[in-house]
Design a protein around this ligand. Structure first.
Ligand code: PRP
Ligand code: URA
Length: 207
């Protein structure tokens, strides 16, 4: 499987708190943001850079600059919980939005909102916490590629093996970064053990 599981102890510590049924929405939101920082640092670890130099008060210093701008596309709704972390890390990031809703009977995604920035010249990170069947992520990447993005990575909090397989087979060029690959999916295509419905837990909309 073409997936990077971020084993950093802080990522694993935060993931367990997210899984915990007792974690209420305000804490769930805060932990999602902190975990996304750790995931993004790993997903951005090998971004291409070029040499540059600046004047310090005491002389000339060599360093690195990122080769290209950063774009991020959170998948609505749940991906919004990951957005602030990316904006904090990359303040000049361009943000696109993609609204996808998974049909509860067929588990297929339907699109209800698209607003994507220029991506031809950028590194694009797609944010969606749950990679379950992989239908939403694959549709999102399809749309983002059609809009011109040449370089895409998928950042998820939890993935199911089925979702990794689906995204990898439809888009083998897209690297997947996640804190865990869980056991599988239940009859309702929820990730097991997972953490439940991410969007509902993030926004306090649990029935
Ligand atoms: C969730 C999640 C993903 C999708 C994953 O969103 O955030 O987008 O399901 O499932 P898949 O891999 O089987 O496609 P949902 O459709 O529940 O919408 P929400 O974010 O508005 O809650
Ligand atoms: N969407 C979620 O929010 N959770 C899952 O386990 C699967 C899809």
């Amino acid at each position: 499987m073409d997936v990077t599981v971020v084993e950093h102890p802080l990522a694993q510590h935060l993931l367990l708190a997210l899984r915990d049924t007792g974690t209420e929405p305000s804490r769930f939101r805060a932990i999602t943001k902190r975990l996304t920082v750790v995931l993004m640092l790993e997903a951005a670890r090998d971004l291409p850079t070029h040499s540059a130099s600046v004047d310090t008060p005491l002389g000339r210093a060599e360093g690195m600059l990122l080769d290209k701008p950063i774009v991020t596309v959170p998948i609505l709704r749940a991906g919004l919980g990951m957005l602030d972390a990316v904006v904090d890390l990359f303040p000049s990031v361009r943000v696109g939005y993609l609204g996808l809703r998974r049909d509860e009977a067929t588990f297929r995604p339907s699109e209800y909102y698209v607003n994507l920035p220029r991506m031809e010249d950028a590194y694009t990170f797609v944010l969606d916490p749950m990679l379950a069947t992989g239908g939403s992520a694959s549709a999102a990447v399809e749309q983002i590629k059609a809009a011109g993005a040449p370089w895409i990575r998928m950042v998820a909090v939890v993935a199911a093996p089925e979702g990794v397989e689906k995204l990898h087979s439809s888009h083998p060029d897209v690297g997947i970064y996640t804190a865990a690959v869980d056991d599988g999916l239940d009859a309702n295509a929820y990730i097991v053990p997972g953490l439940g419905d991410f969007g509902d837990r993030l926004f306090g909309t649990e029935p």
